[in-house]
Design a protein around this ligand. Structure first.
Ligand SMILES: Nc1ncnc2c1ncn2[C@@H]1O[C@H](COP(=O)(O)OP(=O)(O)OP(=O)(O)O)[C@@H](O)[C@H]1O
Length: 713
């Protein structure tokens, strides 16, 4: 008969197995170190002697060292235990599931990697389809100590005599735990609908949609770990790139992959996708909308073809006693003709020089014909003038080799921008753009434009590399001595603007502007994709244009597979009910997830007099900090956040974060204090969606402070 008790005895039993696993891992650690030392000897020997046998031993060592390194990384990372699950099947077999596979010295499995096909029933078995699993056990540890277990009986009545079943829901226990500054992995409690998306084949485009808190980010990251496991060769070398909306977000998710032993994945925020650009300034909603739209492509093309602001308006040069002049109109025609070749301007200076010299020769030739004097020889004239230092000086200012930053700066000049734009844009928009580009610094939306300009302008001709740089590069490479090390740490040694990733993940994909899709698409020209998002949370005003740009980024032949996640694991059902109200006009019912966790705590909506807003915000924040153990987010409109930060300076607390609705994307807090929700709505054309984002950040408690007595109706 099943015993629904004996928790302590079962914990002790699991502890025994966990002890065996850790002892084995220690042994492997020592073996790996010895192997690495021996391998070093071999590596040095092999360089001189080129013995094949040694090469094959090196390879073996590589494989072993890589596995050992991965184990060590998992041990070093913060997580809740190497072994987290166990399956008992109907035929009496048992299997432990963990972050990594570990075998004993006889090659028998002590732990099966959660990503291995054999471990799939841990996530996929249900009471309806038990896949021969009688009991599924989640083992919760703290360090190397088992602290709790939780069982599901999937084939009631078929369990062997004496099988003990304990616990009351590992998932609910995981969801009710308080949140810290970084996201945790969910390996122990991945749900079936999530598992299917995680294990989907690597090819093509995998799109995962779902409402807030449905685990899209968690699933995307676990999918990366899965792909690195199942397709390590394909994925590992060329690299995997994960793109999130902000650095707050990338730092929030930064610990999930290392906790599964994967630390080679590049996490970048949208502002950091291109190398070497720093975005420090915000944009007005109108400026961001303009800068993100595909219209910018045309504008930037016109900008790189326009004469640089300080370009000389004429050329005067003396040849054999005759003064030759090219005026502004003639120079503009030459500039147009050179651009018409389609070569990037930074690569066209020689063409430009030749075109100008040709024009000068033609002029001199015309004068000679008119005056009946000897006609100049074309080639010698071009060579002589082209060698003159004064011509060279003139040329480098007339045909400037420009950086993307310089071009965008030049567009901050209203008159210059007006000329570039012509009649393609209303004056009010030109003013908005010119004002924003006249500032000292760039915004996130500018980053995609700078990346576009990088391509349009072309690489400037290369200066010869300093010898010291070349030597450094060789040394850096030599330091990564083994194949395994080179596979594992390519990120640091990739060239700037590397574009050969094998897989690219885009999180919060609903927010990418068309220009950002172009920037991201450039990095994934040879990649397969995982794209996660929720259209209802979109803050991009023109979804149709973004969709077209998104498809273009994936390429014309992309194949798609789509998954929808439907359960909201973050919010209590009480909190989500309020959030669902504010998007009722912009979302269809099937776009809203089910929040299954009832907490019995209703969100608190408080109407406040404007003059007491400050004191109420401070009091509500202090109250929230005392009510929850984890993080507290105070969220307001972008324009209000500086004020909120100053108000809350006195409530300074290491669990407190003050953010605007856009920065809150993808993040979560145990408690949220939302200030003046109407301001989030009026701040941009997609305001209701931003408010929905803000309202869906809280796991446990939500307080809304508003001066509008009718809110939310
Ligand atoms: N199977 C699971 N087991 C335990 N926790 C889970 C599970 N699935 C999701 N969660 C938790 O639910 C929360 C929300 O997950 P996540 O942030 O991935 O959702 P999301 O769909 O990306 O949300 P949003 O659209 O709001 O950014 C996280 O704390 C995550 O760890």
């Amino acid at each position: 008969m099943t015993q629904y008790s004996g928790r302590d005895a079962e914990i002790a039993l699991e502890q025994k197995h966990v002890d065996v696993v850790y002892a084995r891992v220690e042994q492997m650690r020592a073996e790996a170190a010895a192997m690495r030392d021996r391998g070093d000897e071999l590596a040095h020997g092999a360089r001189n002697e080129a013995v094949f046998e040694q090469a094959s031993m090196l390879f073996e060592r590589d494989v072993m060292v890589r596995h050992a390194n991965q184990i060590l990384r998992v041990l070093d990372a913060e997580h809740e235990g190497l072994v987290f699950g166990r399956l008992d099947s109907v035929d009496g077999e048992t299997m432990h599931v963990g972050r990594l596979g570990v075998r004993d010295e006889h090659f028998d499995n002590l732990v099966t990697d959660w990503r291995a096909p054999a471990a799939a029933p841990f996530y996929q078995a249900t009471a309806e389809q038990p896949m021969d699993v009688v009991r599924r056990r989640v083992i919760r540890s703290s360090g190397q100590s088992v602290v709790d277990i939780d069982d599901d009986l999937l084939m009631p009545g078929q369990e062997p005599p004496g099988m003990t079943v304990v616990g009351d829901g590992a998932l609910m226990a995981a969801l009710n735990r308080s949140r810290g500054d970084t996201m945790r992995d969910i390996v122990a409690t991945i749900q079936k609908e999530q598992d299917v998306a995680i294990r989907a084949p690597w090819r093509g485009v995998t799109e995962i949609t779902g409402g807030p808190g449905t685990g899209k980010t968690a699933v995307a990251l676990h999918r990366v770990a899965y792909l690195l496991y199942s397709e390590r060769k394909r994925m590992g070398g060329a690299g995997v790139l994960v793109i999130g909306p902000s650095t707050a977000f990338t730092s929030y998710i930064s610990r999930v992959l290392p906790s599964m032993g994967e630390d080679t994945v590049e996490l970048r925020s949208l502002a950091d996708v291109p190398d070497g650009i720093e975005a420090t300034l915000p944009d007005l909603a109108r400026a961001a909308a303009l800068k993100g739209s595909l219209r910018m492509r045309r504008l930037l093309k016109r900008a790189i073809r326009a004469a640089p602001i300080d370009a000389p308006k004429q050329l005067r040069i003396t040849y054999r006693g005759e003064v030759l002049t090219l005026d502004a109109r003639e120079l503009a025609a030459i500039r147009r003709a050179v651009h018409a070749t389609g070569r990037p301007p930074n690569r066209s200076r020689v063409d430009a020089a030749l075109a100008v010299l040709e024009a000068l020769w033609r002029k001199a030739d015309g004068y000679a014909v008119e005056g009946g004097t000897a006609r100049p020889d074309r080639d010698s004239m071009i060579t002589e003038l082209g060698d003159r230092i004064e011509f060279h000086r003139w040329l480098v200012t007339w045909w400037l080799v420009r950086t993307p930053e310089q071009v965008l700066r030049d567009m901050g000049d209203r008159a210059a921008l007006t000329e570039i734009v012509g009649r393609t844009m209303p004056k009010a928009d030109v003013d908005v753009l010119a004002d924003s580009w006249a500032r000292d610094g760039f915004s996130v939306a500018d980053v995609a434009l700078l990346d576009e300009l990088r391509i349009l302008l072309g690489e400037p001709p290369k200066r010869r590399r300093r010898r010291a740089d070349a030597v450094d590069a060789v040394i850096a490479n030599a330091e990564l001595r083994t194949w395994a090390e080179r596979q594992e740490r390519p990120a640091r040694h990739r060239p700037d603007n590397y574009d050969e990733y094998s897989h690219v993940v885009v999180d919060e994909a609903q927010d990418l502007s068309p220009m950002q899709w172009r920037m991201v698409g450039r990095r994934g020209r040879y990649a397969s994709w995982t794209v996660v998002g929720d259209p209802v949370q979109s803050s991009w005003p023109d979804p149709a244009e973004a969709e077209a740009a998104r498809q273009a980024a994936f390429g014309p032949n992309a194949t798609y597979r789509r998954f929808t996640l439907r359960t909201n694991y973050r919010n209590s059902s009480e909190i989500f009910a309020l959030a669902a109200k504010v998007v009722r006009n912009v979302a269809t019912p099937d776009q809203l997830p089910d929040a299954v966790r009832e907490s019995g705590i209703e969100p608190s909506v408080r109407v406040v007099a404007a003059e007491s807003l400050r004191s109420t915000v401070v009091a509500a924040t202090v109250e929230m900090l005392s009510e929850v153990d984890g993080t507290v987010g105070v969220i307001g409109a972008t324009a209000r956040t500086p004020e909120l930060i100053s108000w809350l300076a006195e409530a300074d607390h290491d669990r407190l974060r003050v953010v605007d609705g856009l920065t809150a994307k993808g993040l979560e807090y145990d408690g949220v204090v939302l200030v003046e929700p109407d301001e989030l709505v009026t701040e941009s054309s997609t305001g209701p969606r931003t408010l929905y984002v803000a309202l869906t950040r809280a796991t446990a408690r939500l307080t809304v402070l508003t001066t509008n007595p009718a809110w939310p109706d």
